[in-house]
Design a protein around this ligand. Structure first.
Ligand SMILES: [Zn+2]
Length: 255
């Protein structure tokens, strides 16, 4: 099958044949995911989900361009797990700023950042770049897109290497997931009520929150659940990409 949206895989001949108006940039992380899902999960998820979004949007007539995933993420408070690699937010922001400049130069005026890691935060970058580039920037934490349906699909919630993330991994790269090694995903509470209630936000030292970095019991995960969730996210996001690709950037855009 031909994948004319995958910039890494296509040639200039293909690029010259299409009028790409929207780019997607997946961003991941390189971190411990319990004992059972791989370090690259967040980059794999975001790249593979973005790829499926592009495929569906392409089928519906849009011409998105998929950029390769940035494989690193922000891990300042999670680095106590072995071989978790931290790249600072400001450094990732600088890379994305350069990518935006190139897209602008090539006439691609819309970019969707497909974030796959909860520790990355690109909203301040969007505000920072707003007055500095004509490129319209949008941000999606892809795993939140089906949040309203997650309770119907998954028995247990969580934040990391949990039932959802493990199921999604089983659906997308099952050969790298080892469910038999999964723990119970139990999490410790902060001594401060205000933190637990969410009134006060902190960078949680993840090794004090969890045992093996898993947050939420993953043991009921399945490939089928993962496929169901991905399907929902891809459908919703493909619709957005189609609308975004078709939208004319007049003075009232995006309202
Ligand atoms: Zn993850």
């Amino acid at each position: 099958m031909d994948h004319p949206w995958r910039l890494q895989e296509i040639t200039q001949k293909t690029v010259r044949q299409h009028d790409y108006t929207v780019a997607l940039l997946p961003v991941g992380a390189l971190e411990a995911h319990g004992m059972h899902v791989p370090y690259g999960s967040d980059a794999f998820h975001s790249a593979m989900v973005a790829d499926r979004i592009c495929a569906k949007a392409w089928d519906r007539g849009a011409r998105p361009l998929l950029l390769p995933a940035i494989p690193f993420g922000v891990q300042g408070n999670t680095r106590n797990f072995p071989m978790t690699i931290n790249v600072r937010q400001s450094h990732i922001d600088a890379v994305i700023t350069d990518i935006v400049e190139s897209l602008e130069f090539h006439g691609v005026k819309k970019l969707v950042i497909v974030n796959g890691h909860g520790g990355n935060d690109f909203k301040p970058l969007l505000r920072d770049l707003y007055p500095r580039t004509p490129v319209f920037l949008a941000l999606v934490d892809w795993w939140k897109v089906g949040g309203d349906a997650a309770k119907e699909i998954f028995a247990k919630g969580g934040e990391h290497a949990d039932e959802m993330e493990t199921s999604v991994g089983m659906a997308l790269f099952g050969h790298l997931v080892h469910l038999e090694d999964a723990g119970d995903g139990a999490a410790n509470r902060s001594r401060f009520d205000a933190v637990e209630k969410g009134w006060v936000s902190i960078a949680r030292p993840w090794h004090l929150v969890t045992n093996d970095s898993t947050h939420g019991d993953p043991r009921a995960a399945s490939k089928e659940k993962g496929e169901r969730y991905i399907e929902l996210v891809v459908d919703r996001m493909a619709e957005f990409i189609v609308q975004l690709a078709a939208a004319k950037p007049d003075e009232r855009f995006p309202y």
